[in-house]
Design a protein around this ligand. Structure first.
Ligand code: FNR
Length: 391
């Protein structure tokens, strides 16, 4: 294999796996998503596994997200010189080496003791963009320091204390994040049967509250020090976590206020996408939160074409909810997404082997995507379009 080609993620990873195989080694982290999930189930506590794998209500939205991918089939083309494949793209002003970022996933301390730091380390090693969650178990400042100059976006849960929300935006801006993802699908926590059955909410164990406890605006709401008055701090967190009163006027205010590009997450209806862009959004994330918020909802991929139509060239489009393999990403990109967010699979990698596990799962995913891109007859992710899909 010549040097040029082995710098591409697909051949590089394949070579590594097969060369290791000659020494009798097989991959430590399972290659297939199904085996990866099963292994994570073995390694996590029941509470943590259910928190990650579960969804709202009957979990029909989680299932639907996956089934939606089956409605689209890739249509490979031949003899198009796919030796040199370009996976790089620019989304909402951020240059990405791959059309993929790590989705914001909170409370990673319940998955692995190194939590978000491990995820950020793996992202840095791979040059893979990461969206850091408001509900992280490590502060946004510490995660950014670990990411160094890797593309970094901050995800905002808009607190009912608007001064606190503003403080998060200010901190993310001052820290050097490149964009602000505002999750709109969580005006309140959803009914999740698995968590209810276990009577488990990680925040009550003070997991996922680091950004809040470290915030001066939050601290000013607590009598005394948050570390001394932890119970009151947790109760305060639950009180201010979300704001069901928010409207599009608030969103327009945020677009005006923020120096960072604003990217709403959780968009499913094309009219909401258009409204967000008209209010000043730089992009939208088509997502149903991995089926964790609304039971019986539409599969996120089903909505992608309509959102693409509604937004046109006025903003960039990201997609998540159900991306498991390279082919899934290719389908979303062919339908008009500019990049995808990778969610549960990397969390399972974190469960199995910390930063190394995240890195391995992501390397496999990027390799699969790179090879898939070439095999469908395309050498540039920015040129993927609906002609790559069967009618
Ligand atoms: C999430 N997700 C999420 N989203 C967000 O905006 N802020 C957050 O803190 C979290 N936290 C979180 C925790 C866990 C355990 C999961 C599984 C998901 C949603 C996430 O960003 C993304 O939308 C979904 O993970 C996409 O679905 P799949 O591909 O993971 O099924």
């Amino acid at each position: 294999m010549d040097d040029d080609r082995s710098t591409q993620p697909g051949p590089r990873r394949m070579t590594q796996v097969f060369v290791d195989g000659m020494d009798g080694e097989t991959p430590g982290v399972p290659m297939s998503f199904e085996d990866l999930e099963a292994a994570a189930l073995e390694s996590l506590s029941g509470e943590a596994y259910d928190y990650v794998a579960g969804g709202a209500g009957s979990e029909s939205t989680v299932d639907r997200n996956r089934r939606a991918f089956e409605d689209y089939r890739l249509l490979p083309r031949m003899l198009r010189d796919v030796s040199d494949r370009d996976l790089s793209t620019t989304v909402c002003g951020t240059e990405l080496a791959h059309p993929v970022m790590l989705a914001p996933v909170g409370v990673q301390s319940i998955i692995h003791e190194d939590g978000e730091r491990a995820t950020a380390r793996a992202a840095r090693e791979l040059g893979l963009g990461m969206v850091s969650s408001s509900a992280a178990s490590t502060t946004l400042e510490d995660i950014h320091a670990e990411l160094d100059d890797t593309p970094a976006w901050f995800q905002l849960y808009w607190s009912s204390d608007h001064d606190l929300a503003r403080s998060f935006v200010d901190r993310a801006t001052e820290t050097g994040y490149d964009a602000l993802v505002v999750t709109l699908d969580t005006p309140m926590l959803a009914w999740r049967e698995r968590d209810m059955q276990r009577a488990y909410l990680p925040f009550l164990d003070r997991d996922g509250v680091a950004n809040y406890f470290a915030d001066p605006t939050f601290q000013s709401r607590i009598d005394g020090d948050v570390t001394e008055n932890r119970q009151a701090a947790v109760e305060e967190f639950l009180d201010v976590f979300s704001d069901p009163t928010l409207t599009w006027e608030d969103f327009a205010w945020l677009c005006e206020y923020s120096d960072l590009p604003v990217v709403p997450k959780g968009i499913l209806h094309p009219e909401d996408a258009r409204r967000a862009v008209d209010a000043g959004a730089a992009g939208v994330v088509v997502s149903n939160h991995g089926g964790r918020q609304v039971d019986g909802a539409v599969g996120a991929l089903e909505q992608l074409p309509a959102v693409v139509d509604a937004v046109g060239d006025d903003a960039d489009i990201l997609f998540d909810s159900g991306i498991r393999r390279g082919a899934d990403a290719l389908k979303a990109l062919a339908l008009g997404a500019d990049a995808v967010l990778f969610g549960r699979p990397y969390v399972y990698g974190l469960a199995l082997d910390g930063a190394d596990g995240v890195r391995e799962v992501c390397e496999n995913f990027l390799a699969d995507l790179d090879l898939g891109l070439g095999l469908v007859g395309c050498s540039d992710v920015d040129r993927l379009d609906e002609s790559m899909l069967a009618e």
